[in-house]
Design a protein around this ligand. Structure first.
Ligand code: DAH
Length: 363
């Protein structure tokens, strides 16, 4: 073999040695990243082994040294080696690029039938939810929602509400006092006075809010809890309006078969006074639920909710309203006990532990 042909064979062998790892490429365990890497290496090999500056193109220059009658065959040899090199590289490229494009499609595949990831959002506290439901009912009945201060003077917490000096509710074991003699309101009834001073009469308000009492926390007591106070004063308001109003909002909350019951009682700021109960929302007043003693009402069929009565003449006088012309009713109840019964909670302190695992069950 001529020296020139040998040179061509050398170049071909050198290429084949280098190309060996790209021949019969096994991509069965390749990843997108490793295939990308192989394809970069192949591109680099292509630059070196094809084109005008490649070794094989260089061998064409040897044609001048080849005997004239051999030149045509030599030229064809060089061209065919060059063509083989290019086609081998292109075959490997095609295989790689197919793998890479399949792998990309696979990576970007989106299963639209997968369940979505729900973002964690905050929500209202269970007491707030119940308060808002009750507020909505009263707003639809024409009541204003009244908000007022939590730190009060004795005048608003007691005197104006006809709670005389010496009444047990005044004793400091019940009421928190600040060092300078202000009371943390122990009942939302204080808002009756504030609201009548501000708005005058006739008036229809409910006042939801926090109240504070010096109670040692246990399953049924916490030193801060929530009440809703209701007040309606106008001409010719009677006990029938009180009973009708309390029955109406409880029926809207618990269903139209709910009935109420008023038991004579005593509150300093009402005369006459009554405590009110409603038929249990769970057993519908039967005392039995699924063959067992009903839990919320302890089998009695009744749930005791709050206090009420006709606004005491002294309370009306305290805000300059003539009890000879106007009369009214008032009622008040706590939200925690109600909430605990509605959600079957044994311990009302759970509501204030701020444990999300507990709270997020009630939204
Ligand atoms: N303030 C009373 C309490 O905290 C509840 C109450 C009773 C409110 C009778 C009233 C009422 O408005 O008329 O126990």
């Amino acid at each position: 073999m001529s020296e020139e042909r040998e040179k061509v064979e050398e170049v071909r062998t050198a290429f084949l040695n280098e190309f060996d790892r790209f021949r019969d490429l096994d991509l069965s365990t390749a990843t997108l990243a490793s295939a990308d890497e192989v394809s970069r290496e192949l591109a680099e090999l292509k630059v070196r082994h094809t084109g005008k500056k490649s070794a094989i193109a260089g061998t064409m220059k040897l044609i001048g040294r080849v005997a004239p009658e051999e030149r045509s065959a030599f030229g064809q040899l060089v061209q065919s080696v060059e063509k083989d090199i290019v086609s081998m590289i292109e075959a490997a490229e095609a295989k790689l690029s197919e793998f890479i494009s399949d792998a990309r499609i696979e990576r970007e595949r989106l299963d639209v039938t997968l369940p979505g990831r729900r973002p964690r959002t905050g929500h209202l506290h269970l007491i707030t939810i119940l308060r808002q439901r009750i507020e909505d009912i009263f707003v639809s009945m024409g009541y204003h929602i009244e908000d007022d201060r939590e730190i009060e003077t004795d005048y608003y917490n007691f005197d104006a509400l006809n709670i005389p000096d010496g009444h047990p509710a005044r004793e400091s074991q019940d009421t928190f006092y600040t060092t300078d003699g202000f009371a943390l309101r122990s009942q939302t009834s204080t808002v009756q006075i504030r609201a009548m001073e501000r708005r005058g009469v006739p008036i229809r308000i409910i006042a939801p809010g926090k109240v504070f009492r010096r109670d040692t926390p246990d399953m049924t007591h916490v030193p801060m809890f929530h009440q809703i106070e209701g007040l309606c004063v106008d001409k010719d308001i009677t006990m029938a309006h009180l009973k009708g109003t309390v029955t109406e909002w409880l029926q809207r909350l618990f269903g139209s078969d709910t009935v109420t019951r008023f038991r004579p009682s005593y509150f300093p700021f009402t005369e006459p006074s009554a405590e009110f109960d409603f038929s249990c929302f769970k057993c519908r007043g039967t005392g039995q639920f699924e063959g067992e003693r009903c839990r919320p009402c302890k089998g009695s069929g009744w749930i005791e909710l709050g206090g009420s009565g006709m606004v005491h003449p002294n309370v009306l006088r305290a805000v300059g309203v003539d009890p000879g012309v106007y009369s009214g009713f008032a009622f008040g109840f706590g939200l925690e006990r109600m909430c605990a019964m509605m959600y079957s909670l044994d311990d009302i302190r759970l509501m204030f532990d701020n444990d999300v695992r507990f709270l997020e069950q009630f939204r």
